[in-house]
Design a protein around this ligand. Structure first.
Ligand code: FES
Ligand SMILES: [Fe+2]
Length: 301
């Protein structure tokens, strides 16, 4: 195990599986993502258990992936069903396959030993309400996932980091409330729970509730211990007719890129150590959500 707690991680938008096989790295593991003959998404380690050749340089035949090196054939369960040099299956050879689900337009992979349920109700609600009306961008940061998530939970950086964008007219909430549960952290920045609120959904999603008809979901996808890929989805129920959608999607995506770049510079400067191991930091009253996040991350480790 490394610095990632076990759980269901969003790893890739389904839209990005445009060919039979996609090669990615997630949670420090080289993976192949492919569709079997029943259109099921399979996520496997990109590693032949015979002598470690990459399966991604192999080929497909009859719903099996064939390793380029010695042409051993593996089925969709990862089992070696044919080894040409013996002309028979090798039952003890099995590619590592990960439990996978496709929900809310994302591929999810279970990382860890004891599989639990995928708990994404708050994300599902948004997806159902806004189905088909979103746009997204992605960007890779040289940061540990914990630093990326904490940046999103931190509202006090808005007037400094985003002084000329979203932080321009920001008033610092003095009575923000944070509610931690087993599955995440809700943050309310204004009294009476009005105004924008955020929700972190363990392990790698975050929601910004801007208004009833405008929301954002961010997926923080760990590539490795030192790289995290952001997928920023915007959902809205306005300016969505065929004339305005493309234009407004473009404006929204550009705006998000500008804001993200402002964050990236500062967060990357924090270094690559996971935040929950940074014991020498002094958290303040306004870092309440960050304190809870570190607790939750450690508890779920
Ligand atoms: S390394 Fe893959 S078949 Fe030998
Ligand atoms: Fe920010």
């Amino acid at each position: 195990m490394n610095s990632f707690p076990q759980g269901w991680y969003a790893i890739l938008p389904l839209k990005e599986i445009r060919s039979r096989l996609v090669v990615i790295k997630r949670l420090g593991i080289d993976l192949i993502v492919w569709r079997d003959n029943k259109n099921q998404i399979i996520v496997m380690e990109d590693l032949c258990p015979h002598r470690s050749a990459k399966l991604s340089v192999g080929t497909f035949k009859d719903n099996k992936i064939i390793c380029k090196f010695h042409a051993f054939e593996y089925d969709a369960s990862g089992q070696c069903v044919h080894a040409p040099e013996f002309n028979k299956p090798i039952p003890k050879l099995c590619v590592k396959k990960f439990a996978t689900k496709v929900e809310i337009g994302m591929v999810w992979m279970f990382y860890g030993l004891i599989e639990n349920d995928l708990a994404i109700e708050p994300l599902q609600q948004i997806y159902d309400t806004f189905a088909g009306t979103y746009c997204y961008i992605s960007k890779i940061w040289k940061s540990h996932i914990t630093r990326c998530i904490e940046n999103q939970l931190d509202y006090t950086h808005l007037p400094s980091v985003h002084h000329n964008t979203i932080g321009k007219k920001f008033t610092m909430p003095q009575n923000a409330k944070f509610i931690k549960s087993f599955d995440g952290i809700k943050s309310f920045h204004r009294d009476n729970n009005d105004g924008p609120s955020t929700e972190y959904v363990f392990p790698n999603s975050w929601i910004l509730n801007i208004s009833a008809n405008f929301k954002m979901i961010v997926f923080f996808v760990p590539i490795s211990e030192v790289e995290t890929k952001f997928y920023i989805f915007n959902f809205r129920q306005f300016l969505n007719n065929f004339m305005t959608k493309k234009i407004f999607d473009f404006i929204l995506n550009i705006t998000n890129k500008i804001i993200l770049r402002q964050d990236q510079m500062v967060v990357e400067s924090q270094g690559l150590t996971p935040s929950n191991l940074s014991n020498n930091e002094l958290l303040m009253k306004h870092d309440g959500a960050i304190k809870l996040f570190r607790e939750l991350w450690n508890e779920r480790m």
